[in-house]
Design a protein around this ligand. Sequence first.
Ligand SMILES: [Zn+2]
Length: 264
Amino acid sequence: MQLVDIGANLTHESFRHDFDAVLDRAKHHGVVQLVVTGASRDGSTHALTLAQAHPGTLYATAGVHPHHAIDYDDATDALLRELATHAEVRAVGETGLDYNRNYSPRDVQLAVFERQLQIAVDVQKPLFLHQRDAHHDFIAVLRRYRDRVPAVVVHCFTDTGEALRDYLALDCHIGITGWICDERRGTHLRELVKEIPANRLLIETDAPYLLPRTVRPQPSHRRNEPMFLRHICDEIARDRGESPEHTAANSTAAARAFFGLPSD
Ligand SMILES: [Zn+2]
């Protein structure tokens, strides 16, 4: 079984002390390619560095998360545009809107989201998007750009069926994380995941965040890592009523097509 983790925050400091062991464990659990999320200025540069150091295994995105939108200036825009020219950078993002925490004001988030959408239009690379508690504004902006970008994934989808159908109608891909394993807030996803066409269902850990609550035993450090993608795949397969091998093969093919990754 081969899996692709389309969202791993491997630039996070919690991976610094055992980075190679994390990649080894991932590979041992079938995770053969990973897309390292760039979510800030420095993080996006770091993500590219990691991808360059692990050709064929790690790839990167380049973007600024809505939490950090307040830090986005012309120099950031120029940096993201430069990063996006590199072959290892396979998508623009993580960008989007997050009205759950509002670490950056909403009007700033909207402006910075549009600036990164324009980068994707200009470089013609896919978009890696984040949306939390902001569907109404998010879909309104995305509708204006969708025809001008090659592909879009709404990563870590956690929203309602109505939101899901809006994204599918815009021909978006959907990223599902271990949120689906959360009996407190993710149970609705177990039904919704059946509605996602197999060629548009991507799977991700969002490590080190979102440790699946059904992993046994729970690691004492509470850090999520890419090896748990296999567990997420198994849970999604059960919810969709298909074999883990089937879910894995389809999501891996979809991820490789989306990000232009080689198959071996
Ligand atoms: Zn996110």
